[in-house]
Write a protein that binds this ligand. Structure first.
Ligand code: UDP
Ligand code: MG
Length: 312
C-alpha cells in the first residue's frame, strides 16, 4: 500500500496543534487506499507545542515528532522533515491551516495522474496585512528579476511532492536550502493550481521581519550571483563620469573658461576615476567569487529523471 506523508513545522503553535491534527486526520482518513504518517517538527517552541504533540503521538502511532534543540527556522524544519519521511507522496504544509488540508484528496488525485510536484498558487491571501502582501510581491518580483530559474510567484512551501523529488532534494549537498526555489529548480513534472489562502487559524505569524529578510536574502543569494556583478556596472558609470569631467576640464582650459575653482578638476578626476577603477577591480574579483560560490554549493550540473535502453 502506498503511503502519504505530511510534514508540518511548528514554532510556538500551541493554539493550533489540536485543530491541525484533527483536520489532517479527518482528510487523510478519506484516502482509504493509503497508509499515512504525519511528521511534526517542533522548531524550538517555547510554549506547550511539544507537550501537546507528545500527547498526540502517544495515542496515534502514525504521528512522528522531530524536536529541535532550539529555533532553527522554518526552512531547516522542513529540511529535517524531508530527510526523515518514508511516504511515497509527501505534503509540506504550515501548521496554522492557512493551506487547507481539505485539498489533500484533490492533490493526491493529481499525483496519481503522474504529476510530481504539485503546488498551490495563492489566489487570495485572506487576513494578511498590507505590509506582508506588499513585501511578498516585492520579494517575488526581485527574486525573479535576478534569478536564473523561474520561481513561481505567490507560491509558498505548500506542495505535494513525489518521493523521487524528495530524494533529489535530500541528495543536494548545499546546506542552506531555499526550498521553494529548489523545488522549482529540480524540474520534473510540475503542476500548479490556484487556491484561496485562508486566515491563520489562531495565534500570530511566526515569521518575524528579521526572518523574512533572511529568507529573502537566502532566496536571492542562493539563486543568483547578479548582485555581485552590480558593482561592475557602478564602476563603469564612475569611469564614464570621470571621462566627462576630464573632457570638461580640458575644454575649459582650452577655451579659457575661468570659472573653475582651483583644485576642483584634480579632486573630481581623482575621485571619479579611482572609484571607477576600484569598483571594476571589485567586479573582477566578484566574478571569481561567484564561480567559487557556485562550486562550493555543489549543486549537480543536471538531474536525470529516466534513462532508457542503457545497460545497468
Ligand atoms: N515556523 C517554524 N519556525 C520558525 C517560523 C515558523 O517552524 O522559525 C513554522 C510555523 O509554525 C508555521 C510555518 O512555519 O507552521 C509558517 O509560519 P507562519 O504561518 O507563521 O508564516 P506566514 O504564513 O505568516 O508567512
Ligand atoms: Mg502562516
Amino acid at each position: 500500500m502506498s503511503k502519504i506523508s505530511v510534514i508540518i513545522p511548528m514554532f510556538n503553535e500551541e493554539k493550533v496543534v489540536e485543530e491541525c491534527y484533527n483536520r489532517l486526520v479527518k482528510n487523510l482518513k478519506k484516502m482509504v487506499n493509503y497508509d499515512y504518517e504525519i511528521i511534526f517538527i517542533n522548531d524550538g517552541s517555547k510554549d506547550k507545542t511539544f507537550e501537546l504533540l507528545k500527547n498526540i503521538a502517544s495515542k496515534d502511532k502514525n504521528v512522528k515528532i522531530i524536536s529541535f534543540s532550539r529555533n532553527f527556522g522554518h526552512q531547516s524544519a522542513v529540511t529535517a522533515g524531508l530527510k526523515n519521511v518514508s511516504g511515497d507522496a509527501i505534503f509540506i504544509m504550515d501548521a496554522d491551516l492557512q493551506d487547507p488540508p481539505e485539498l489533500i484528496p484533490d492533490m493526491i488525485k493529481l499525483w496519481e495522474e503522474g504529476n510530481e510536484v504539485i503546488y498551490g498558487k495563492r489566489k487570495s491571501r485572506d487576513g494578511e496585512s498590507v505590509f506582508k502582501l506588499f513585501t511578498a510581491k516585492l520579494f517575488y518580483k526581485t527574486l525573479n528579476a535576478l534569478s536564473d530559474v523561474e520561481i513561481p510567484d505567490d507560491t509558498g512551501d505548500f506542495r505535494l511532492v513525489d518521493r523521487k523529488v524528495v530524494e533529489t532534494i535530500n541528495s543536494l549537498p548545499e546546506h542552506n536550502k531555499f526550498l521553494r526555489g529548489l523545488f522549482s529548480w529540480v524540474g520534473y513534472k510540475q503542476y500548479s493550481f490556484e487556491y484561496e489562502r485562508q486566515k491563520r487559524f489562531s495565534g500570530k505569524t511566526k515569521y518575524s521581519l528579521s526572518k523574512m529578510v533572511k529568507l529573502a536574502l537566502d532566496g536571492i543569494v542562493s539563486f543568483s550571483t547578479k548582485p555581485l556583478k552590480i558593482v561592475g556596472l557602478l564602476g563603469i558609470i564612475a569611469l564614464f563620469l570621470s571621462g566627462l569631467v576630464i573632457l570638461y576640464t580640458l575644454l575649459s582650459f582650452i577655451f579659457k573658461w575661468n570659472h573653475l575653482t582651483a583644485g576642483w578638476a584634480s579632486i573630481m578626476i581623482a575621485t571619479t576615476f579611482f572609484s571607477g577603477v576600484q569598483l571594476i577591480s571589485f567586479w573582477i574579483m566578484s566574478e571569481y567569487i561567484a564561480r567559487i560560490y557556485d562550486e562550493s554549493r555543489g549543486r549537480p550540473l543536471y538531474i536525470i529523471d529516466k534513462m532508457i535502453n542503457f545497460d545497468k
